[in-house]
Ligand binder design. Structure first.
Ligand code: M6R
Length: 612
């Protein structure tokens, strides 16, 4: 995610940048830095850690500096380190930039800049590619150079550049990563989010994808990709700081649920070759012999990440034909798993710091089993200790209840399953292309699920649900782990006791608890077991239970059997968990809201469980 702040005016730039960066720390941070225009130069100060660490380094900085750019980093390319910390400077030191996002063709550009243009790189970041590219095109006008450089760039970026040869000027560009201009009197601002601006101005303008801006203390000019000047409307922000951090949402959890279309798109970015209809997770490095020899996979994780693992098991077994065992990490380490040759362990952890998951990773490695980590945090212990890593690009998740991290874990597991299937030759003809197409359609389908009409429907259902002290979630096959995740989320934040039950198990015990009106949320997205699940719904109806079914468009019989129905767009059954879990997240959210519980920080729980 990262946070950007830029200032040009007459006040002390350092204070404005530090203050703004602190307001953006909720976007995640592992290092921070500023470039301040001082005596005809751009002077860079960086610090690993928080903005407060950077502030300490700037205490003795000289005064009366009126322009600068700042950045708080959440690592993507390159581990958190001083070298990789922002801002980055061109070879001459005359141009400095801060950048959010991912430059997809950075490898190609880096090679070209090194081999053809003679640049030497000082960091592992994709950002450094951009600054050299801008210098390469610089002939005295920073906007022209940025326009030219960006025309050769693929990927997402929010970029702010400064040149010591053009004092007082900031040039900005946006694609798929937010940038907001703040208008002042004799001063102007740029930031990646509104909280960084609110102490100074409420008059703002949001840059759209493909737009560029040139800011000086006296003027703001906005251009399109061809360099044509645009007339843009400004708007007054009426939110307070807290609401602004949540992008106007009442809670981080809701904001993070709504961010899921973007989060999964980012996670797929660069890892799918749509033209070939194949996945291409270039970070993975297994030889074809290794893949062919694989006899077993262990997936180990805790809580929500464990539920992702349960989906991963079915998907890997189906697509790659490798038996998978899924373990809760706290059990794995004490059950003497039969770790040995020709095995792979996959550990999943949003934070990358969960003590039990880390212990499982260490146990597997100590037995000579290779570990692939799926995590959201670059530089986390899990990512550093694993043999290979696939990051989920969900951005920082702040609510204790995991939502967008979970969805991105699922996406990575699909990518892994397809990668293994392709490498082992176990996919059916056309299966890869069909699933790739399905994966790429998911962000838009998610947006449809998150429509106002749908959220209102789920909110209304929660009026009924929130009056109960207990609820069931049922499902078969891939719907069962989704039911488990739905139940965990509901109990975690609404404190309603919720139990997930494999639908076929109802009559082996849980059916005894069904009574008049009891809420039962049924996941019904798997065609192969549709009739079976419908029979289970009838069993519940016969005992007075109130079934709320989450099903796919086209499964019309479900509507005839359940008391209420929520429909997700038609989707390949194997991908359905990515869509069907979202209504369960919203049910948990609205139930918690109705019961007045603390949504983002539920009682007794912590975001990162670093103790056993
Ligand atoms: O950071 P991790 O993914 O390793 O965390 C694992 C669990 O603690 C976590 O998923 C937990 O279950 C969530 N709070 C559930 O929403």
């Amino acid at each position: 995610m990262c946070g950007i702040v830029g200032y040009t005016g007459t006040r002390e730039a350092r204070d404005i940048l530090i203050d703004g960066l602190k307001k953006l720390e909720y976007r995640g941070y592992d290092s921070a830095g500023v470039a301040l225009q001082q005596d005809g130069e751009l002077v860079i100060t960086k610090a690993a850690g928080s903005v407060a660490d950077l502030e300490k380094k700037l205490v003795n900085n000289s005064k009366n500096i009126n322009m600068g750019i700042g950045h708080t980093r959440w690592a993507t390319h390159g581990r958190p380190s001083d070298q990789n910390a922002p801002p980055h400077s061109s070879a001459s030191g005359e141009i400095s930039i801060v950048h959010n996002g991912i430059i997809e063709n950075h490898r190609f550009l880096r090679k070209w800049l090194t081999e053809e243009a003679g640049y030497t790189f000082r960091s592992e970041t994709d950002t450094e590619v951009l600054v050299h590219l801008i210098e390469e095109h610089y002939t005295g006008d920073l906007l022209d150079a940025v326009l030219e450089a960006i025309s050769g760039v693929e990927g997402s970026y929010a970029l702010v550049a400064a040149s010591s040869r053009e004092p007082g000027r900031l040039v900005c560009a946006r694609q798929d990563s937010p940038l907001i201009v703040g208008f002042g009197e004799g001063e102007n601002f740029i930031a990646s989010d509104i909280p960084a601006l609110l102490a100074h101005t409420r008059k703002t303008c949001i840059l759209e994808d493909g737009e560029f801006a040139s800011l000086t203390a006296e003027s703001v000019e906005i251009y399109d990709a061809e360099g044509r000047l645009l007339e843009k409307e400004t708007f007054e922000v009426t939110w307070d700081i807290e609401a602004a951090e949540k992008n106007g949402y009442k809670h981080f959890m809701l904001k993070e649920i709504m961010e899921q279309p973007v989060a999964i798109r980012e996670t797929m970015r660069q890892r799918i070759d749509a033209a070939k209809g194949k996945v291409d997770p270039t970070e993975l490095d297994f030889s074809s012999e290794e893949l062919a020899r694989l006899e077993k996979i262990y997936i180990v994780a805790c809580g929500t990440a464990y539920h992702a693992g349960l989906i991963g098991k079915v998907v890997v077994e189906q697509l790659a034909g490798i038996p998978v065992e899924v373990d809760v990490a706290s059990e794995f380490r004490y059950r003497n798993p039969m770790l040995g040759e020709n095995q792979l362990a996959i550990v999943i952890s949003q934070s990358g710091e969960t003590a039990d998951t880390l212990a499982a990773l260490r146990l597997a490695r100590s037995k000579g089993v290779k570990v692939l980590a799926i995590t959201n945090v670059v530089g986390s212990t899990v990512s550093r200790e694993a043999d290979q890593v696939l990051f989920t690009w969900a951005g920082p998740e702040i609510a204790v209840a995991s939502t967008k991290a979970y969805l991105t874990q699922l996406i990575v597991l699909y990518l892994v399953a397809l990668y293994l299937g392709e490498g082992r030759g176990t996919l059916e003809p056309g299966q890869s292309a069909e699933l790739v197409e399905g994966l790429l359609a998911l962000p838009e389908q998610l947006k449809a699920i998150l429509s106002e009409e749908n959220t209102a429907k789920l909110c209304a259902y929660c009026d009924h649900l929130s009056g109960w002290g207990s609820a069931f979630f049922i499902g078969r096959n891939l719907d069962y782990p989704v039911a488990m995740e739905g139940a965990l989320k509901l109990k975690e934040i609404s404190y309603i006791h919720a139990e997930a039950c494999a639908a076929g198990e109802l009559k082996h015990g849980p059916l005894a608890l069904i009574e008049e009106g009891l809420p039962v949320i049924a996941l019904v997205t798997q065609e192969a077991v549709l009739d079976k699940t419908l029979s289970n719904i009838q069993e519940i109806n016969a005992r007075g239970g109130a079934v709320f079914a989450i099903t796919q468009e086209g499964f019309d019989d479900v509507g005839r059997q359940a008391s209420s129905v929520f429909t997700i767009p038609p989707v390949n059954d194997i991908l359905a968990p990515v869509l069907s879990v979202v209504p369960t997240q919203l049910i948990a959210y609205y139930a918690a809201l109705a019961r007045g519980s603390s949504v983002d920080k539920p009682r007794n729980l912590a975001k990162s469980v670093t103790v056993e």
